[in-house]
Design a protein around this ligand. Structure first.
Ligand SMILES: O=C(O)CCC(=O)C(=O)O
Ligand SMILES: [Mn+2]
Length: 284
């Protein structure tokens, strides 16, 4: 772990792995009250494209001022959004993926050509509001048998498509930037949100490797990300996420609850009427 890691999200770990099974159950607004009502994040969409290298440099310069502070407490200005510590081990890399968005969306198209979007069933038999696909050696699956990772796409019987090189390099670089060097994801779950789609409060805990972080990339329409605590009833940060934002969480927050509020309607010039999320994980 780099001692001087931008945002220093990684080193101060120690919390035990919470081993309750993953549940994307109904979002309860009562159990997820905003810690900071009225929290507003000013969009950094006003023209500054944060290339990874550029973001890295400004992050180093600002890490003590902005990335070691208290949880989100106030308005975040575009500069501070670029690397913001959400909680111990969890950071927002604002705009980190923006300069590669075109290549990322081309990668999404390539994956979807082999493993088309589908609405998986929850173990309880309800269709998820997000459409999903996977790439990489392992793909996350939800159906009547539960949540698990599979080597093959059950719809085609073929291996999941390979992870596009741009996915891999972005995820590895973002993890390192957040204080998790050596991240080697073996799964990328693609989530597609049409307006109104959401992801209920849940924890990512079907992965065997508890040491690796989660790297989560947002493309297209904005959405509100909820980031809570180790217990479902813990209060949540409400974090607006925009095209090109990357959230990384691990260490003490690796198994924290999180979710996405219903995505508001809109149109994004590159992605259209959707939000797409790429979630990178190290499973084995
Ligand atoms: O869409 C997001 O931002 C989060 C996705 C997520 O948490 C998941 O796929 O498990
Ligand atoms: Mn998740």
């Amino acid at each position: 772990m780099r001692p001087s890691a931008f945002c220093n999200a990684g080193p101060e770990h120690g919390d035990a792995h919470v081993s309750q099974s993953r549940a994307r159950s109904a979002l309860s607004s009562a159990s997820c009250a905003p810690r900071t009502p009225g929290l507003a994040v000013l969009s950094s969409r006003a023209g500054r494209l944060a290339r990874p290298q550029e973001a890295r440099m400004s992050g180093c310069a600002m890490r003590n001022r902005h990335c070691r502070g208290a949880p989100l407490t106030a308005e975040l200005f575009p500069e501070t959004r670029r690397c913001h510590r959400i909680a111990a081990g969890a950071v927002l890399l604002g705009g980190w993926a923006q300069s590669q968005a075109l290549a990322l969306t081309a990668g999404v198209d390539a994956v979807i050509a082999s493993a088309p979007w589908r609405h998986m069933q929850t173990p309880g038999g309800r269709a998820m509001s997000t459409a999903n696909s996977n790439c990489g050696p392992l793909g996350w699956q939800s159906d009547a048998l539960g949540y698990r990772y599979l080597r093959t796409d059950p719809e085609s019987g073929r291996a999941w498509p390979a992870m596009p090189a741009v996915f891999w390099s972005l995820a590895v670089a973002a993890a390192e930037e957040a204080g998790y060097p050596g991240f080697a994801p073996d799964a990328c779950l693609l989530n597609r949100y049409a307006p109104g789609a959401r992801l209920s409060l849940h924890r990512d805990q079907d992965e065997r490797d508890a040491a690796a972080p989660i790297v989560s990339v947002s493309l297209g329409l904005p959405a509100t990300f909820l980031f809570g605590g180790a217990r479902r009833e813990d209060p949540c940060h409400r974090l607006p996420l925009y095209h090109g934002d990357v959230v990384v969480w691990g260490g003490p927050t690796r198994f924290h609850y999180h979710g996405v509020l219903p995505v508001p309607d809109g149109h994004h010039p590159l992605v259209g009427r959707f939000r797409i999320n790429l979630t990178f994980r190290k499973v084995r």
